[in-house]
Write a new protein. Structure first.
Length: 398
């Protein structure tokens, strides 16, 4: 005989299944989520978006306060200054004309300067700063974030918590730390000992010690036309044993007894580690399935892809880009026409020029970038930060 408790248990179980089934049918007929989130793949990323948002916000707040459109705003008129208090209880100081902040002062308000801004040493700006003019930040300042319409100069040993942005040039002193982006429509000059993560500009100059760039000796160019022709014949299946032997004789010394493949008309793949001596001319794209080390004054007409670590010797020229899966070292006075992309650390010695081709270029590292004197076009980004060659400590003023 079936007990009443058993019947109640089965009924409760069937009721639970019915509820779950009803919710499933409802979701299928009329889903609460109208569909997947739309992603605009054509949207252009603006590296200056954050400072531009700050500018727009400040403009709207000041406009509303002046026009009396918002009853939450209260203004206190002072000598060349207006103090605003907004809906979120934030305090905003608007200064008209040139503003100079004395040594050791702490400014807790959001600061808007309708003119040039200058700070003396050990000043602390605890909130964002918007300057409609030029900006000169003194020694050992602490800055929240800064956007300026004019030239920006950041003093030595300054700490910046957020971004630095300008429509004009930016000059960053020595031993400075910037945790946010540094962006400019023109040129950024970075002093030695500086630590940062992302830099975007039309031209980026890394300055350490005074660098006297040596006049580069032109390598004796020997284009292996016969070797290239033989590779082409081999690719088309029109090569016999005799030509294969001839090809081996025509190989450069550093490629002999090494497994190589021709990929297309302009790309050479090499198995294992490769060491290229000085004063060579390489007319191919090169794929190295190991480590690469090059001598002085070697010219690569095209690009490089290295599956291991790479050391590019002094005064080398790379005609296109470098892709490295390990760590990459670029020695002094090297030139890279396009970009550098590296999955490890990048070390670039003084005198290097990156992205100097017509399209410019960039340096991207998934770990750290260590820089000396160098010139870079467009941007520098390192997942774990950028370090400029350390400067000698300066004596502090008393």
């Amino acid at each position: 005989m079936i007990s009443l408790g058993y019947i109640l248990l089965v009924t409760a179980f069937l009721l639970l299944i019915a509820i779950m089934l009803a919710k499933s049918i409802k979701e299928a007929v009329k889903p609460e989520d109208p569909g997947p989130l739309f992603i605009d793949l054509l949207k252009t990323i603006n590296e200056r978006e954050e400072p531009m948002d700050l500018k727009e916000t400040m403009y709207q707040l000041i406009r509303d306060a002046v026009q009396g459109k918002n009853r939450y705003w209260q203004t206190e008129m002072g000598s060349g200054e207006v103090n605003l208090r907004g809906r979120g209880n934030e305090e905003i100081k608007v200064s008209f004309g040139k503003l100079k902040i004395k040594k050791g002062l702490k400014i807790k308000k959001v600061l808007v300067v309708m003119g040039n801004l200058e700070t003396e040493e050990n000043v602390e700006l605890k909130n964002p700063v918007y300057v409609l003019g030029e900006t000169k930040i003194g020694l050992r300042n602490k800055v929240n974030s800064l956007t300026s319409t004019g030239k920006v100069t950041i003093g030595d040993e300054t700490m910046v918590k957020g971004f630095i942005d300008s429509n004009e040039d930016i000059e960053i002193g020595e031993n400075t730390v910037i945790k946010g982006k540094v962006t400019s429509e023109k040129k950024i000059r970075i002093g030695r000992g500086t630590q940062l993560k992302q830099v975007y500009a039309k031209e980026i100059l890394i300055e350490t010690e005074t660098s006297h760039r040596k006049e580069r000796m032109q390598p004796e160019i020997k284009i292996d036309l016969n070797l290239a022709k033989i590779y082409s014949l081999e690719e088309k299946g029109k090569i016999g044993r005799e030509l294969i032997e001839l090809r081996e004789k025509l190989k450069p010394e550093y490629l002999k007894n090494r497994k190589t493949w021709i990929q297309g008309a302009n790309t050479l793949r090499i198995k294992g580690n490769l060491q290229i001596p000085s004063n060579q001319y390489i007319p191919y794209n090169l794929i190295v399935e190991g480590n690469l080390k090059t001598g002085r004054n070697t010219v690569f007409a095209k690009g490089l892809c290295i599956k291991g670590n790479a050391e590019i010797g002094p005064e080398n020229t790379i005609g296109e880009s470098i892709k490295c899966h390990g760590n990459l070292e670029i020695r002094e006075n090297c030139t890279v026409q396009d970009c550098i992309d590296c999955e490890g650390n990048i070390t670039i010695d003084e005198g290097a020029e990156i992205g100097i081709g017509d399209k410019g270029g960039a340096i991207i590292a998934y770990k750290k970038i260590y820089l000396s004197n160098a010139t870079v076009r467009n941007k520098i980004y390192a997942e774990e930060g950028i370090e400029i060659k350390k400067a000698k400590p300066k004596g502090r003023s008393k």
